[in-house]
Design a protein around this ligand. Structure first.
Ligand code: SF4
Length: 191
């Protein structure tokens, strides 16, 4: 009798665990996140697995920002998901994906910054990141080339901070059109 009871209890436990796993998997699929375990969330339900949860100015719990002293960089990705390939940052955008399927440069650099911050925080390389646009999600491989482009941009920004005036460094109208500073920028190429 005892064995039967234990067997039933074990099967129930197993079914519950399977149900929870399937629900989590379905939830992740519905939300468009890569398959895996969410270990960081800045979208209202902090997880606190990378660093302790902190409180914002309204007293609400929030994930602690990821910080790199070495690169003078701080940021709070929307999600970090531990996948079979490694920890993956996910950035959600309310805008539609660009028609050509290539992420906006600012979004790309933001995602690359999160990859760098994860790399610095965990000490492990990041395989890729995801930009989740309103209508489509893009996987972005965190290549050595992308990492170097980001490091060059960060160095440029550090230099620019010391300058009295900073002028436009490119001739790309599309970049200005997608820039959130264009309304106040004197050198914008976009109308
Ligand atoms: S609008 Fe101004 S700040 Fe934005 S990309 Fe163009 S030049 Fe740079």
């Amino acid at each position: 009798m005892a064995i039967t009871f234990l067997s039933v209890a074990f099967i129930l436990l197993l079914l519950t665990a399977c149900g929870a796993w399937l629900a989590a998997r379905r939830g992740a699929q519905r939300s468009g996140l890569p398959e895996g375990r969410i270990i960081y969330s800045d979208t209202g339900a902090p997880v606190g697995r990378i660093a302790p949860v902190t409180l914002n100015e309204r007293g609400e719990p929030q994930e602690k920002p990821l910080l790199s002293h070495r690169h003078a960089l701080v940021g709070r990705p929307d999600y970090l998901v531990r996948t079979d390939e490694g920890v993956v940052p996910v950035e959600a955008k309310s805008t539609a994906c660009p028609a050509n399927g290539v992420p906006y440069e600012s979004h790309l650099m933001q995602l690359a910054s999160y990859c760098l911050l994860v790399e610095e925080t965990t000490g492990v390389g990041v395989p890729f990141g995801v930009i989740r646009y309103r209508d489509r999600q893009l996987r972005v491989d965190y290549t050595q080339e992308l990492r170097e482009t980001l490091l060059a941009l960060l160095a440029e920004m550090r230099e620019a901070r010391k300058a009295k005036d900073v002028h436009r460094s490119h001739d790309r109208t599309a970049r200005c059109a997608a820039c959130s500073y264009r309304e106040i920028c004197d050198e914008s190429l976009a109308d």
